[in-house]
Design a protein around this ligand. Sequence first.
Ligand code: NAD
Ligand code: DAU
Length: 332
Amino acid sequence: MGTMLVTGGAGFIGSNFVRMACERTDDHIVVVDKLTYAGNTANLGGLDVEFVQGDIAEPSLIDGLVANADTVVHFAAESHNDNSLRDPSSFVHSNLIGTFTLLEAVRKHNARLHHISTDEVFGDLAVDSPERFTETTPYNPSSPYSATKAGSDHLVRAWIRSFGIEATISNCSNNYGPYQHIEKFIPRQITNLLDGRPAKLYGTGEQVRDWIHVDDHNDAVFAILERGHIGETYNIGADNDHITNKRVIELICELMDGKFVHVADRPGHDQRYAMDATKLRTELGWSPKYTGTGVDGLREGLAQTIAWYRDNESWWRGAKEAVEKQYELQGQ
Ligand code: NAD
Ligand code: DAU
């Protein structure tokens, strides 16, 4: 039995990862999370983990935690593009200074690190492009969020090459599932409809996101932790790179018997993300559980996610009014 330190483990993907880790490993699990607006200890309810509230950019705290860890799985970040357009400063702090601080501790204490990143580091593709991002696609981020994530990946790569730390990186596409903050596209629409508001589609909705269920993402992270090659980067995606935002919102409206309206577009809106996960599939034998062609691949996972938000109104209700007020200020 070892010790696994999970940064950002009280957020959406991190808390789903911790739940999976409690089922799959005997490790002692320590979660460090600053509990920003996006972190919530209720996400870890009932799980046998040690929780430490703190900032990953705080060197003495992180040094002490990494000194006692065998493995570090790094989810902590500011994660929402729209927020980064309003105020990028916390993104530079958490995503760049935070990752730097963690890397210095990992270097000092020889811990194994897995760094969680995003497909957005590659920029975007044209809506009608048949291309997909591979691990060697040049970085070309668009927003302050994706630029700071790209910077954090470069730091990890430099620490691998220059200092020989034992690290891997994964870049994943858009996640959905339970415990996702209601500022994000899918839970915002589900909770709008549950709340008697219309769903809100930015612009024409022709953009494409390569949706993956959060459990498939985390299952891939386990594959990399267990079988991944040190120093390597792995793309994670579930081949859903052909479904427009408009089609997703129509599907949510169909499942919930609701309506949507068009609202102001996001400035600098990335058009299409598409991940080529061949390396992960062929070298590590990973494949997603939530599959199917066209929207059928999404229907089952979305129906489960809708049921979760319906059954857990107390989890999201408190944040709803403020989130919608903020969007309203931007005409969204
Ligand atoms: P989230 O916003 O739901 O959770 C982020 C968590 O990090 C929160 O609990 C927050 O309190 C914590 N945090 C933020 N700054 C911190 C700091 N300085 N110190 C300690 N904790 C801090 O985000 P998420 O959607 O779960 O994303 C998790 C990771 O996965 C991020 O690195 C993100 O870039 C990456 N990612 C997300 C997606 C997606 O679709 N959501 C896809 C690919 C990659
Ligand atoms: O691609 C991975 C990324 O996916 C992660 O790195 C980010 O952390 C995560 O937030 C997500 O970024 P996006 O910007 O793609 O996700 P978001 O949920 O904000 O928006 C998804 C799409 O839906 C995007 O094209 C904008 C659109 N949208 C979003 C909202 C909130 C709407 O049409 N209406 C909305 O209300």
